[in-house]
Design a protein around this ligand. Structure first.
Ligand code: IFM
Length: 448
């Protein structure tokens, strides 16, 4: 296998998931984690991986793995504790961190909003867009002279779905209309932040979308329509406006029907302020959805699979690298001229250190090998993919699921903060050193 020159090989994390508190302002997650039962195991991000203090170790890990890119986020509530005024010392921290990456020859990929919004703000209000713009401005003023790749928002659909529709993530709102409105404000925030970034020469701004290919459970007309509807809800509602096509008409009708009123929070000029500003699209891919028709309240579709004996991660998510290949090829076909970057891809495999002190996470190795091969196949089919950033560099706080699910290439002992490179991390280092060529290793044929 060969990948294009300059292809970025990396891994990602986010501030709330790894940094620990260490003087940051209160974010919506601090508040949410205090709700009894909100987080499995009752945990929160107050300590996490302690990366705010151990950041030099993290840079060493990035070097040890031979990554050419590292995706991290600036903590919104650290940079702007009150939601309005920047803390210069917080920016000093991120400046030191960025410089350490650059000195190591590692391309920083900086996410502005990875969910740790200051608790004084909410995406339910349109004013959040101005607050986000001011935050983007503060970070860009400090770092846009040295950071090329910027991700404005991470996973608008997940923010809207889990944060405002189901109340399973911060801020814990459960209201469909608020969710649709909040999602719109998140996209407006992308547009405004991209404009801020583009005032600095050489920056590339993109939004990272959680994209779930939606397949019909059967060939029936009803199930095919269900898959199309689900695709509109999860993917097209965000993709289309971001990439300049405006909100899809079928989904506008769907929302008006489901909410029983018009979408007056989408004002004249909003779609123009969202679209045409993405220098690349961030693709977060984990799995796909298999859909069947359902009674239309509030959605005429339901997730029914994949069911049966398919390969799955320890979290039960189907492992399907072929869907990644088709997704990438389909995106490049539909949006030619928009480069793609895989900003997240990974799985939960709960392996912990064995008697020899090593973590033999052979299923993550197989997962990594097969998804990298899928990227290669997409490139061969003409997709314009610029990088692959595995999720995650290290085990971390997995939001409402707490510390149970482990996504890392590096194991973290939460009691001590000790980091141990897993076998998958070693494998990835060899794969990167070989330019994407999968090292031949025994015992990785099956997901177990
Ligand atoms: O850990 C999260 C990340 O913060 C956002 N995307 C999905 C990951 C795994 O669930």
């Amino acid at each position: 296998m060969s990948f294009p020159d300059g292809f970025l090989w990396g891994a990602g994390t986010s501030a709330y998931q790894i940094e620990g508190h260490h003087g940051r302002g209160e974010s919506v997650w601090e508040v949410f984690c205090r709700r009894p039962g909100a987080v499995e195991g009752g945990g929160d991000g107050s300590r996490a991986c302690d990366s705010f203090l151990r950041w030099r170790e993290d840079v060493e890990l990035v070097k040890e793995l031979g990554l050419s890119a590292y995706r991290f986020s600036t903590g919104w509530s650290r940079v702007m504790p009150d939601g309005a005024h920047a803390d210069p010392e917080a920016l000093d921290h991120y400046e030191r961190f960025t410089d350490a990456l650059l000195e190591a020859g590692v391309e920083p990929v900086l996410t502005l909003n990875h969910w740790d919004m200051p608790s004084s703000l909410t995406w339910a209000e349109r004013s959040s867009v101005n607050a986000f713009t001011a935050y983007a401005q503060a970070v860009a003023d400090r770092l846009a002279d040295r950071v090329t790749w910027w991700i404005t928002q991470n996973e608008p659909w997940i923010i809207a779905l889990l944060g405002y529709q189901l109340g399973l993530h911060a801020p814990g709102v459960a209201d469909l209309g608020t969710a649709v409105k909040a999602g719109h404000h998140v996209l407006l925030g992308h547009g405004a932040a991209a404009d801020v970034l583009h005032a600095h020469a050489g920056t590339r701004a993109g939004c990272a979308l959680s994209l779930f290919p939606c397949d019909p459970a059967t060939g029936s007309q009803a199930d095919r329509a269900a898959a199309r509807g689900s695709d509109g809800y999860v993917n097209r509602w965000y993709l289309d406006p971001l990439l300049g096509d405006g909100y899809p008409a079928d989904m506008r009708e769907h929302w008006e029907r489901a909410l029983g009123h018009g979408l007056d929070f989408i004002q004249d000029g909003d779609e123009a302020a969202i679209g045409g500003r993405s220098d690349f699209l961030g693709v977060n891919y984990y799995t796909r959805r298999v859909m069947a028709a359902a009674p239309p309240d509030p959605f005429p579709w339901k997730v029914v699979g994949p069911s049966g004996d398919v390969a799955r991660t320890d979290e039960g998510w189907e492992i399907n690298p072929g869907a990644l290949r088709d997704l990438l090829a389909g995106l490049s076909g539909r949006f030619p001229g928009t480069p793609l970057m895989i900003t997240e891809n990974g799985g939960v495999f709960g392996d912990t250190p064995a008697h020899d002190g090593r973590v033999h996470d052979t299923r993550r190795i197989a997962y990594l090998r097969d998804h990298v091969a899928a990227v290669q196949e997409a490139l061969d089919a003409g997709a314009d993919v610029r990088g692959y950033l595995h999720w995650s560099l290290m085990d971390n706080f997995e939001w409402a699921l707490g510390y149970r699910p482990r996504f890392g290439l590096v194991h973290v002992d939460y009691a001590t903060g000790a980091r141990t490179v897993k076998d998958s991390g070693r494998y990835y280092a060899r794969l990167i050193a070989g330019g994407g060529t999968a090292p031949a290793l025994p015992r990785i044929e099956a997901y177990g």
